[in-house]
Design a protein around this ligand. Structure first.
Ligand code: SF4
Length: 114
């Protein structure tokens, strides 16, 4: 079973837009639905905070403290498709930064649930 880390958009999650990160990403990972090609274990869930500088260090700290480096990193659907869009970067730009810094592949989006 793959070990995965999920990164959610904190602004979206905290603003009452419909998902505070309570189940959608976790269900998709558990069942291998959405963008997960197999049931996967979520070993960390990192919440991005504007303007996004802490994502890479927080992913690194989660991997260090848990002693589990994820096989893949998933950007949540809210981070990838939520509207209004992030004013600081596109999901592709942040994914490149995270991939370059961590060496772990990033998948954009987690689920298609409503
Ligand atoms: S920087 Fe962008 S992705 Fe991160 S919390 Fe703010 S709006 Fe969301």
């Amino acid at each position: 079973m793959k070990k995965v880390a999920v990164v959610g958009c904190g602004t979206y999650m905290e603003s009452g837009y419909g998902c505070p990160g309570e189940w959608r990403c976790l269900k998709a990972a558990a069942l291998g639905e959405g963008t997960f090609d197999e049931p996967s274990t979520v070993v960390s869930f990192v919440t991005c905070e504007c303007p996004g500088r802490a994502v890479v260090p927080n992913l690194g700290m989660a991997a260090k403290l848990s002693e589990m480096k994820p096989d893949k990193i998933y950007f949540s659907t809210c981070l990838t498709k939520g509207q209004p869009a992030c004013p600081y970067f596109t999901p592709e730009e942040l994914a490149k930064i995270v991939q370059d810094k961590t060496g772990v592949q990033v998948t954009l989006g987690t689920h298609d649930y409503h």
